[in-house]
Design a protein around this ligand. Structure first.
Ligand code: XUL
Ligand code: CO
Length: 440
């Protein structure tokens, strides 16, 4: 049985290829800095968008044509596993990610849901044995079911806190069973709509208690995955607690959780927070908490999370710059938390979309590597902050200055000379690198 009978294994054909079912820029074997593209980029497939979602939106029903939809319930869940592993192999992705409810339907009780999970996890484990595909991360969906109407770990209802804990416990066990390299917490409904009925202090304390219990349980079962918090500023709640990387960091520091978590940075979440993707990556990187990436992009004309496949090579270049400077993503990867548009409902669109996303990150990687090799930004920064390498600047960074010595210095200053920031030429240089990377 094959689920994608019109598609063969996707090959690299180079920038001139007109074959929509071939990579133009992503060449898995190409070596950059002594590592293959495949090893460094660690692409992941998001199970929910690619195998579970039906492309419905708040105004319209699902449009997706998927040949596994001829089945129902557990049969469909099993068909999806088969289709997924065929897809991973054909697209050449080495990682995948899922929520509990993506892989198996919920039952009428938690017990039944867990049983459904066990059946599908055993099947996934079998498929993993015959392939080199690994679990980048799994997570618990503690936001879709009506029981999470007021939140999960930050719900006002302690029964919901308990239920949420049970779901995460199960996923930690499954992560261990499948050798998951990371475990993700996206606070889908961990936030609030209005302060008029919210105890913000208790909700945040409870969220921290929940994270601590997860840390303790992972230790107890010897599950060594990297824990990741995925910040998002809003949607579904008006005020999400893990608003952006800086607020997630403050939260971790406040509750003493900083040694157990890194961040999973998503491009569209960054822009929803009013940041660039590279800002979020940079903040996480300089604070030592850049763990993984959800690769997608938003629509600048729409104010919500559209989860589009990455197409903006300027953005993928600046993102890859951060990732290279981070020394890679360690156990993390580039997970395509991206969905084909509602109008792209044919099954082959899944291939076109992932090929495009992988190509665009490959371009970004190649161009960013060149920028790093030529020290383009490093030279700019060195020069721009040169005043801290000698004289009074050196005293400041070495802790040898105080207000009195600074006042004395300032009183004797004859003139203050600033230098141009040269933003226009910097942007032109980046474009030059982008255009020249594949020029003959
Ligand atoms: C939602 C989102 C999630 C997380 C995992 O915006 O990004 O899919 O990645 O729960
Ligand atoms: Co995401």
């Amino acid at each position: 049985m094959t689920w994608f009978e019109n598609v063969n294994k996707i090959q690299y054909e180079g920038p001139k290829s007109k074959n929509p079912l071939a990579f133009k820029f992503y060449n898995p074997e190409e070596q950059i800095n002594g590592q293959s593209m495949e090893e460094f980029l660690r692409f992941g497939i998001a199970y929910w968008h690619t195998f579970t979602a039906d492309l419905s939106d708040p105004f319209g029903a699902g449009t997706a044509l998927r040949n596994w939809d001829k089945y129902d319930g557990m049969d469909r869940a099993k068909a999806r596993v088969e289709a997924a592993f065929e897809f991973f192999d054909k697209i050449g992705a080495k990682y995948f990610c899922f929520h509990d409810v993506d892989i198996a339907p919920e039952g009428d009780s938690l017990r039944e849901s867990n049983k459904n999970q066990d059946t599908i996890v055993a099947l996934i484990k079998d498929y993993m044995k015959d392939s080199d595909v690994k679990l980048l991360w799994n997570t618990a969906n503690n936001f879709t079911n009506p029981r999470f109407v007021h939140g999960a770990a930050s719900s006002n209802n302690a029964d919901v806190f308990a239920y949420s804990a049970a779901k995460v416990k199960k996923q930690l066990e499954i992560g261990k069973e499948l050798g998951g390299e990371n475990y993700v917490f996206w606070g889908g409904r961990e936030g609030y709509e209005t302060l008029l009925n919210t105890d913000l202090g208790l909700e945040q304390d409870n969220l921290a208690r929940f994270f601590q219990m997860a840390v303790d349980y992972a230790k107890e079962i010897d599950f060594g995955a990297q824990f990741l918090i995925e910040p998002k500023p809003k949607e579904p709640t008006t005020h999400q607690y893990d608003f952006d990387s800086q607020s997630a960091h403050a939260f971790l520091l406040k509750y003493g959780l900083q040694d157990h978590f890194k961040l999973n940075i998503e491009a569209n979440h960054a822009t929803l927070a009013g940041h660039t993707f590279e800002h979020e990556l940079r903040y996480a990187r300089v604070n030592g908490i850049l763990g993984s990436v959800d690769a997608n992009q938003g629509d600048p004309l729409l104010g919500w999370d559209t989860d589009e496949f990455p197409a903006d090579i300027y953005s993928t270049t600046l993102a890859m710059y951060e990732i290279i400077k981070n020394g890679g993503l360690g156990s993390g990867g580039l997970n395509f938390d991206a969905k084909v548009r509602r109008g792209s409902f044919e099954q082959e669109d899944l291939f076109y979309a992932h090929i495009a996303g992988m190509d665009h990150f490959a371009v970004g990687y190649k161009v960013a590597s060149q920028l790093v090799e030529d020290k383009v930004f490093e030279n700019i920064i060195d020069d721009r902050y040169a005043s801290y390498k000698e004289g009074i600047g050196k005293d400041i960074v070495e802790g040898k200055a105080d207000f009195k010595s600074l006042e004395e210095y300032a009183l004797n200053l004859k003139e203050i000379k600033n230098k141009s920031g040269r933003l226009e030429v910097i942007k032109a240089t980046i474009n030059q690198y982008l255009l020249n990377a594949y020029a003959e």
